[in-house]
Every structure is written in C-alpha cells, then in structure tokens.
Design a protein. Structure first.
Length: 269
C-alpha cells in the first residue's frame, strides 16, 4: 500500500478518535445532569464501563433523593465489578445495601459485595483475608435470604473457599514438619481437624500428627523422651482403632513395637 494512502487512513482514524474523545469531553463537561444520566446509561448499555463510571460519578449527588438515584448508584457499583476493581465494587455494593435498605435491589447488592470478595480470594499460598471476608458475607447472605435462588451458589462458593483454607492449613502443617518444628506441626494439624471436622483428609492429617509426634519424641531431651513416646503410643492406638484398614497400618504397628522397646530402654536408664 502506498505511503500516501496509509498516511491518509492513519489521519482519518486519528480524526475519528479525536472526534469521539471530544464528543465525550463535551458530554462530561456539559454540567447537564439529565444529559449525563442519559449518556451514562448509553455507555453502560454499550459496555463502555469506564466512561459510564465517569459520568455516573458526576451525577450521583445531583440525583440523590430522586428515584433515579438508586438506579445510578447500583449501576455505578456494577461498573467497578465489570472493570475488575473488586475492592471498590465490594465497597459500593455494601454501601448501596446500607443506603437503600428497602430497595428490591438490596439482595443482589449484598450478594455482589460478597461475590466481589470471592473474586479477590487468592491462591491458598497467599494471605486469605479476602477469602475469610467472602465466607462471612456469603454466610450472612444465606442467613438473611434463606429462600433466595442464590443460596445454592453461596453454599458452593463457601465450600470452595473453605477447601482452600483447609489446603492452606495442611500445607502449613507440612511446612513445620519439613523444617523439623514438630510441635508446631502437631498444633497446626490438630487445629485443622478442629476447624474442618468434616474434612475428607482426616486420615492423612492424623497420620502426619503421628509422624510429627514420633519424631518429636525421637529428638527430645532425655527427660521428656519417655512421656512423648507414650503420647505417640496413644496416638497410634487411636489411629488404628479409627482406621483399621489404613494403608499406613503396618508402618504404625512397626513404630508401636519400636516405641515399646525404647520405653523399656529408658526405664533401665
């Protein structure tokens, strides 16, 4: 394509872009709340959420107390969600629910506040502040709206995030175990069982408690060794009673036999 034609096309596109920008700037600076509202709705409909957000922000106070004010604030909150600014989306949905307490949109706003926090929930390896906030909000939603069509989804999201918290707790216990902090590992795994009593990994967690307990005894000072071997003995007994057909059974039985011999030796010291 000849350079002159490419230059012409480029200038034409630039002209269109400048024209479009100028048109938006004319609307933005018009000072006409009715025009701003109309154009904000148009941009929102066209999924141009950044422009819609800019215009909604300009007219929120102008329409406060009017019937349009509720609609503006609700759509304004959604623009943050669509632009993936979930922190502010949570804030504005929550504020909407508090401000418009009798609105038929309140239920959706409270769900979207929680769902925005869910979107912020990171990998289990990272801090879980947003995960905990999302769980709390979703649980509150289920309590407030037990007949809502969203209850099933809320419960699914709660289960998903609790699974993430459980995984984080298990990995923390394993980390303590791997760096030979056996008491901390035991504490972490025991807390996991308390916090997640219905876990599908209970057998694996109790097996790790046994391993940490046995190695803690092995590495204890002489004065504490017998007591800690006896604690491990009790753990083995409880484990074998609870999981009679466990794949770990042979390993634990061998450890129990070793402990009996070690306690006898310690009694003779």
């Amino acid at each position: 394509m000849p350079y002159s034609i490419r230059l012409f096309i480029g200038m034409a596109l630039l002209s269109v872009m400048v024209s479009c920008k100028s048109e938006f700037e004319k609307i933005r600076t018009s000072g006409d709340p009715e025009l701003l509202y109309k154009e904000a709705l148009n941009f929102n409909q066209e999924k141009e959420y950044q422009k819609a957000q800019t215009l909604f922000e300009l007219i929120i106070t102008s329409f406060r107390g009017r019937k349009e004010g509720e609609d503006i604030y609700f759509k304004y909150a959604y623009t943050f969600y669509y632009l993936e600014d979930y922190i502010l989306a949570t804030h504005y949905f929550k504020t909407f629910a508090q401000t418009y307490g009798v609105s038929p949109l309140r239920e959706e706003a409270e769900f979207m506040s929680a769902y925005s926090n869910y979107q912020l929930s990171p990998s289990f390896r990272l801090d879980q502040e947003y995960t905990l906030e999302a769980i709390e909000e979703l649980e509150n939603f289920v309590t407030l709206y037990p007949e809502s069509k969203r209850v099933e989804e809320c419960n699914r999201l709660i289960d998903e995030m609790r699974s993430k918290l459980e995984q984080k707790a298990f990995e923390e216990g394993k980390l303590y175990f791997n760096i030979r902090q056996y008491q901390s590992a035991i504490n972490s795994f025991e807390n996991l069982l308390k916090d997640f009593p219905e876990t599908d990994n209970a057998e694996e967690v109790r097996y790790m408690i046994f391993r940490a307990s046995f190695l803690r005894a092995e590495n204890s000072v002489l004065e504490k060794r017998k007591e800690r071997y006896e604690e491990t003995q009790n753990l083995i007994g409880e484990f074998l009673q609870k999981y009679a057909k466990s794949s770990y059974r042979k390993e634990l039985e061998n450890a129990r036999d070793q402990i009996v011999l070690k306690i006898k030796q310690l009694n003779n010291v």
